[in-house]
Design a protein around this ligand. Structure first.
Ligand code: PMP
Length: 392
């Protein structure tokens, strides 16, 4: 195992070793967590709408546990599917105004399984350079040709589509909100290109589901482009606060996926309590628009405060706000000083982000009060100065 130790030493020497840390929810303090003996303001969670600790969601899960069993016992195709799964899928399809929907174990398994079930040898997949790792892994598994276009660069994509015009099938895949930069895909431009080149479009709404659209349907719906998206994917682990994922689209697409997606066919269905929690969360996501409105207001407040403090925060209005630091060591130092100040903001380093763009990734939740965010922004300014990433 010497080779492992050597590589781990190298990672450690370059401030790239990763660790897992136990974090518990801070009961009675939404938006905080407990690490060791300290309560920290949690600016690193994807629980954007604060539904993870929502009483109605938790209660729905508790009742399902009492009514049902702990596990589903088998895959969906064998005996793991309950009426509740079908009810949830019908509700998801209605929400997305699509013919059908299919629930998956999580977003990673959905992307890996769905992409490799749809594309194959002879196809070309055009993928934004900053797409999530689960999309990259799905493409690799598919054996289709993997062509990466420059981030949010439709001209580059157009050239590449032109170059590969003789492919059997052309697939364009994009995050709708990019997970480490928080900016949005240029969906209007992608839809134009898709039509022009006869390509198919898959959109991953992991970080935009629940956040955009009148009923939280996502970015494609907010832009009126949902009918142009051939494969629509989202997760239940972020704004929904629970776990799992879905794909929606035509009934032919869903029939194909039930027959061809290995991560669905060869894996146990989600536990009934998870399905019950997601069902409740879906109702809240659709009906409680105030959560989206409050989050949108928090995003503005926090972004302006960070910009005023001298950080470059870009223009996006998503709850993901990166502060790019550059080198790995500075990012770790910045994060560690902030932790001393009672704020948790994870340092994100390569290979999750490109070399030289290590950053702190702040993510907001409706659980945070405006006063907490303003106070945090001030502490972030101080920490930035101590860490040497912000000049006075
Ligand atoms: N897609 C994107 C864009 C993501 O950011 C993530 C989660 N980090 C996933 C997919 C995977 O989702 P899950 O956490 O449900 O596996």
């Amino acid at each position: 195992m010497n080779w492992m130790e050597k590589e781990l030493e190298r990672l450690s020497g370059q401030s790239l070793e990763r660790f897992v840390h136990a974090s518990e929810p801070a009961r009675g303090f939404p938006g905080y967590l407990i690490r060791g003996d300290r309560r920290l303001l949690n600016l690193s969670s994807n629980d954007y709408l604060g539904l993870s600790g929502n009483r109605e969601v938790v209660e729905a899960m508790r009742l399902a546990l009492e009514r049902e069993e702990a596990g589903s016992g088998a895959s969906r195709l064998v005996t793991g599917s309950r009426q509740a799964n079908e009810r949830l899928e019908q509700a998801l399809a209605a929400w997305q105004q699509s013919e059908a929907a299919l629930v998956f174990a999580n977003g990673y398994m959905a992307n890996v399984g769905v992409i490799s079930a749809l594309a194959g040898r002879g196809d070309v997949i055009f993928s934004d350079r900053l797409n999530h790792a689960s999309i990259v892994d799905g493409i690799r598994l598919s054996r289709a040709e993997h062509v990466r276009y420059r981030h949010n660069d439709p001209e580059h994509l157009n050239d590449l589509l032109q170059k590969h015009r003789h492919a059997r099938r052309k697939w364009m895949i994009t995050d709708s909100v990019f997970s480490m930069d928080g900016d949005k895909a240029l969906l209007h431009e992608l839809v134009e290109l898709k039509k022009e080149h006869g390509a198919l479009l898959m959109v991953d709404e992991a970080h935009s589901g629940g956040i955009y659209g009148h009923r939280g349907e996502g970015l494609a719906n907010q832009l009126g482009l949902h009918k142009e998206v051939d494969v629509h994917m989202g997760t239940f682990s972020k704004a929904f606060g629970v776990y799992g994922a879905y794909v929606s689209g035509s009934s032919t697409l869903i029939r194909w996926l039930i027959n061809k997606t290995r991560s669905l066919i060869y894996s146990t269905a989600l536990p009934p309590a998870v399905i019950a929690g997601v069902e409740k969360a879906l109702t809240i996501v659709q009906e409680e628009k105030w959560r989206r409105d409050k989050l949108a207001a928090s995003i503005q407040v926090f972004r302006s405060a960070l910009a005023e403090a001298g950080f470059t925060v870009g223009r996006s209005d998503s709850p993901i706000i990166p502060v790019i630091v550059g080198d790995n060591e500075s990012a770790l130092r910045f994060s560690s000083i902030l932790e001393d100040f009672g704020i948790l903001a994870a340092a994100i380093r390569p290979p999750t982000v490109p070399e030289g763009t290590a950053r702190l990734r702040f993510s907001l939740s409706v659980a945070h009060a405006e006063s907490e965010l303003l106070h945090a922004a001030d502490r972030i300014r101080q920490a930035g100065m101590y860490a040497g990433v912000l000049k006075e």
